[in-house]
Design a protein. Structure first.
Length: 302
């Protein structure tokens, strides 16, 4: 018989805070972008890499995240949480340097962008960023899993990307434990599942708004807005939505299995994705075939 998580570790307790912060800091990896084993790529692979449209979005997102998280960490009064968030800020900034090195090494052209202005109220910005990172990372796990299975990106490059994806998974685990600890310690733990669902819905809507607004006056073109959407268009190449969602679930479960079972793991998106994948499996065959044809047509137009 398995006991509920709350019987193993009291979420919101001092012991919970110490565990999720210490696990996060202990699992930090030391590396620099220039020291990673960057492979030589042939012309066809270089063209494919240069054709992926999300490098500029990833670069500027990670750069801004590093600056914003570092600024927020300076406002945190709890020394252990402050150290953990400051460490995440350094990792986000390092992700930006990895992408910058990749861009320079492989001759990928990205437009210049001015740095974003930091928000006045940093804590809500950190919360919004945390839910957005959980959203994007969950689907990024699936995208990279499919890219690896299909040979879209050569194996040596996954030696570069895997540490970044692992760090994103660490950030997800840290964030969901931090937000649960925060809400419970502030006496707002009763509705934390509802609050999380609301935040994930907001992350989804913001991504839809970005795609709808892209291409309008003053907005970047559609292929420049949003990692998940642009990555899916580039990598799926006719694969069905059902297969994509199932891959996200498998890849997410594999990455999350490395983290302490006493800690909370992100659950909202895996649950919703599992329901969606189950519904898609039960659709009549004619609808599945129609969806597959639509996906193939979309892939051909990318």
């Amino acid at each position: 018989m398995f006991l509920p998580l709350e019987y193993v570790m009291k979420i919101g307790s001092a012991a919970h805070k110490e565990l999720f912060c210490q696990r996060f800091m202990d699992s930090h990896r030391l590396y620099e972008p220039e020291q990673l084993p960057w492979p030589e790529l042939d012309r066809s692979m270089l063209d494919r890499l240069r054709g992926i449209p999300f490098w500029d979005e990833a670069l500027y997102t990670e750069r801004h995240a590093g600056v914003m998280l570092n600024a927020y960490a300076e406002t945190v009064t709890d020394p252990m949480i402050q150290d953990a968030i400051a460490l995440q800020a350094r990792e986000e900034a390092r992700h930006g340097r990895v992408i910058e090195h990749l861009i320079q090494r492989y001759g990928i052209e990205v437009p210049d962008r001015p740095p974003k202005v930091l928000p006045v109220d940093l804590e809500p910005a950190f919360i919004k960023f945390g839910y957005g990172e959980c959203f994007d990372s969950f689907f990024a796990f699936g995208l990279f899993g499919m890219a690896r299975q299909g040979g879209f990106i050569p194996d040596p490059l996954f030696t570069i990307f895997d540490p970044i994806l692992d760090e994103e998974a660490r950030h997800m685990v840290f964030f969901v434990n931090w937000i649960a600890y925060k809400r419970i310690s502030e006496g707002r733990g009763v509705f934390r599942d509802v609050a999380s669902l609301y935040q994930y819905a907001g992350a989804l809507l913001r991504r839809f708004d970005n795609l709808k607004g892209a291409g309008k006056k003053g907005k970047p073109p559609a292929h420049k807005k949003g990692f998940t959407a642009t990555g899916a268009k580039s990598i799926m190449m006719g694969l069905t939505l059902s297969h994509f969602l199932e891959t996200c679930l498998v890849e997410n479960a594999q990455r999350m299995s490395a983290y302490d079972p006493q800690l909370l793991h992100p659950e909202v998106l895996p649950r919703l994705t599992g329901v969606a994948a189950h519904i898609l499996k039960r659709l009549p065959q004619s609808q599945k075939q129609a969806g597959a044809k639509a996906d193939l047509k979309q892939g051909a137009n990318v």
